[in-house]
Design a binder for this molecule. Structure first.
Ligand code: PBG
Length: 324
């Protein structure tokens, strides 16, 4: 035998020399956090062990600790009281609403952290949809107008990047235009460009009690059979003004991440979503796999596929591992 591929695997030093990817850096992670009105609120999300709905006082305390681990980028998801939800998601445009106060408080205390704020109506909608419903349909253009308003409020409160996750057509252009008009030219856009209609969002919807009351999200989120369509969505978002594009979920869409990286000269983010996190936690909780090894393998695979940035609920566990 002339070729023996095992030669370059024989010890850890040679394996390190030939490694094609390094582990993701903690500085490449964005940690999604669930926030909740009140004081000293600290509710564990049943389907996401280790993740909590936190009131801002507690979040600020924890952030101080997480920052010591090198976590300086956070995505915010507000849990809105059911009594404030309605068909028009009008609480989303209340400038004194909880989300906007939370952004201000966090940026007041930690001006250097980057806040990535989710831009969609589902946390505020009594229907649990990302857009406004008229005659049983999610209407595009009216939703986009609301999203553009919401982007202004988020940016004025201090958001560093607004992150449209709604999958309406043309929203990045309208959001960019609205931000520029208001002089908010330093606020960036992370577009959830290729966001698939996925069963892996289940635990997230538990966390925010935001599951669609009727139907599913297939008229706006993408069909998981498609990949060319993902390139089209990404291209449009780039043309419309996105700074960073995202693929979501991550693990069933590693091929899409790889293609996006190859086609476009833009930073590519991937969202390692709630259901992907829940699977690891459930299996590890049962003693069926080694959680630390699994999460290093998962995050590295997302980076190897081509992601520059990873949104992940494993961020704190991973940062602790890397710091230990
Ligand atoms: C809301 C939104 C969702 C997620 C991020 N933003 C849920 C959905 O579209 O139903 C999912 C995140 C996760 O599962 O971790 N538009």
């Amino acid at each position: 035998m002339k070729k023996r591929p095992r030669r370059i695997r024989k010890n850890s030093f040679i394996r390190d020399l030939v490694a094609e990817t390094s582990l993701p850096e903690v500085s490449q992670l964005i940690y999604p956090v669930f926030i909740q009105e009140g004081r000293t609120v600290h509710q564990e999300i049943k389907s996401m062990p280790g993740q909590y709905r936190l009131s801002i006082d507690l979040l600020l305390q924890r952030m101080a600790t997480w920052r010591k681990l090198g976590l300086n980028n956070y995505a915010l998801f507000p849990n809105i009281d059911n009594s404030l939800k309605n068909e028009n998601a009008s609480e989303a445009l209340n400038p004194d609403g909880f989300l906007y106060q939370a952004i201000k408080q966090i940026k007041d205390r930690f001006p250097e952290v980057n806040l990535f704020t989710d831009l969609a109506l589902d946390p505020f909608s009594s229907d649990g949809h990302d857009g406004i419903i008229e005659n049983g349909k999610i209407v595009n253009d009216r939703t986009v107008e609301v999203l553009a308003q919401m982007a202004i409020l988020q940016a004025q409160a201090g958001a560093d990047f607004v992150c449209p996750s709604d999958m309406m057509d043309g929203r990045v252009r309208q959001i960019r235009r609205a931000l520029e008009r208001e002089g908010l030219c330093d606020t960036g856009i992370v577009a959830y460009s290729a966001k698939y209609a996925s069963s892996f969002y289940g635990p997230f919807r538990d966390a925010l009690d935001s599951a669609p009351r009727a139907g599913d999200k297939k008229t706006y989120q993408m069909d998981f059979r498609n990949s060319r369509e993902a390139m089209k969505e990404i291209e449009l978002d780039i043309q419309e003004g996105a700074d960073i594009v995202m693929i979501k979920p991550a693990l069933s869409f590693l091929d899409i991440i790889a293609q996006a990286k190859r086609y476009f000269k833009y930073p590519v983010a991937a969202y390692n979503v709630s259901g992907e996190y829940a699977m690891v936690k459930a299996a590890a909780g049962n003693g069926w796999l080694d959680e630390n090894k699994a999460l290093v393998e998962i995050l590295t695979s997302i980076k190897r596929a081509g992601a520059d940035i990873i949104f992940t609920y494993h961020a704190v566990d991973y940062a602790k591992l890397r710091n230990s």
